[in-house]
Design a binder for this molecule. Structure first.
Ligand code: NAD
Length: 308
């Protein structure tokens, strides 16, 4: 398959690497000049679960690729999705599948402005990745990548992508309810990520505070309310909190990605997590004081740090 990775940061490079290794024709797309130059000249340096490799890969800016793709994986940050979709319009054909694994809420609506719903595949991934320097990345975990077609009649197309991911070692899995998984993942990011970023602490430190129970209960209840009203998704609040606490025990020493974004002077995805829940709550005429305050505080922190 001819595949473009639209947004070749940490996760995009990891996916592009695995897909090319398994024989797909991959082009990495990005706008970060130093990263493009380094990978085009020296290949992608990637360490997968501790094993370092270097792979020659095609990489360019979106406007420099001039053919329609069979599949496009979008891997921008949430706030970069709209401008990326505008810049790749010319490589989306009538049958191009567009796969979105971003964290956060509301991406299907954005994609529908640029891609026929029959070609949109939504999903989540639990692979983790980071960039150590331009052209040098790491990629960890075992997956899975859960995917589902947005149009109920298009399951066959999603299964083809699942199969391709499976063959490439990315552990693709078909999901019958990816919307639920997306909300559940948003709860992880809207609690662990946001609180660790605000409190400048590891997950373990945040989860051992005396106020963790009321913070988790407040945030998860607001997410669950909007999931039900907006998407007809039933999140079990108690079960979700237990899941978060169990997860915190496993990954306690870690600083989540939103903390790392601030540490690297980069804007966070808060408007697509707690911010999206606070905005949706307003539309439904209800209050979401936890999500609104967390969003305001993260933006205040970005302002103080001069991050735009
Ligand atoms: P990323 O920040 O590594 O890359 C996103 C974009 O930012 C890319 O275009 C990249 O080139 C650019 N970028 C990164 N560092 C830059 C720098 N220093 N200067 C200029 N441009 C830079 O994002 P990611 O971690 O790959 O995440 C993509 C999406 O996947 C997000 O929605 C994220 O929440 C989600 N996600 C990430 C992980 C993870 O472990 N990284 C795991 C699951 C989901």
């Amino acid at each position: 398959m001819k595949i473009a990775i639209a947004g070749s940061g940490a996760l995009g490079c990891g996916f592009g690497y695995h897909l090319q290794k398994s024989g797909e024709d991959v082009t990495l797309l990005d706008n970060w000049e130093q990263h493009i130059e380094k990978i085009s000249n020296d290949g992608l340096n990637i360490t997968v679960n501790g094993v370092e490799d270097n792979l020659k890969m095609k990489m360019c800016r979106p406007n420099e690729l001039n053919e329609e793709m069979d599949a496009i994986f979008v891997f921008t940050k949430s706030m970069g999705l709209k401008s990326m979709m505008e810049s790749i319009d010319h490589i989306i054909g009538p049958d191009t599948k567009v796969i979105c694994l971003l964290n956060g809420l509301g991406h299907l609506k954005t994609l529908e402005n640029y891609v026929d719903k029959k070609n949109i595949i939504m999903g989540t991934t639990v692979w983790t990745a980071g960039i150590d320097a331009p052209g040098i990345t790491h990629f960890n975990g075992q997956g899975p990548v859960e995917l589902q077609n947005s149009d109920p009649n298009e399951k066959e197309g999603a299964l083809l992508i699942v199969d391709m991911l499976h063959k490439s070692g990315l552990n693709g899995v078909y999901s019958d309810n990816v919307n639920y998984t997306t909300w559940r993942k948003a709860c992880v990011n809207g609690t662990m990520n946001a609180l660790c970023a605000l409190l400048d602490s590891t997950i373990e430190e945040v989860f051992s505070t005396s106020t963790i129970d009321s913070m988790l209960s407040g945030i998860v209840t607001e997410f669950a309310t909007v999931a039900r009203l907006q998407d007809d998704i039933e999140l079990d609040i108690e079960e979700t909190i237990t899941y978060l606490k169990n997860l915190a025990e496993k990954v306690g020493a870690h600083y989540p990605s939103m903390h790392q974004d601030l540490a690297n002077n980069r804007p966070t995805e808060i408007d697509f997590l707690n911010g999206a829940v606070a905005e949706a709550s307003k539309r439904f005429g209800i209050e979401a004081p936890y999500c609104q305050s967390v969003t305001d505080l993260i933006h205040a922190k970005e302002d103080i740090m001069g991050i735009h």
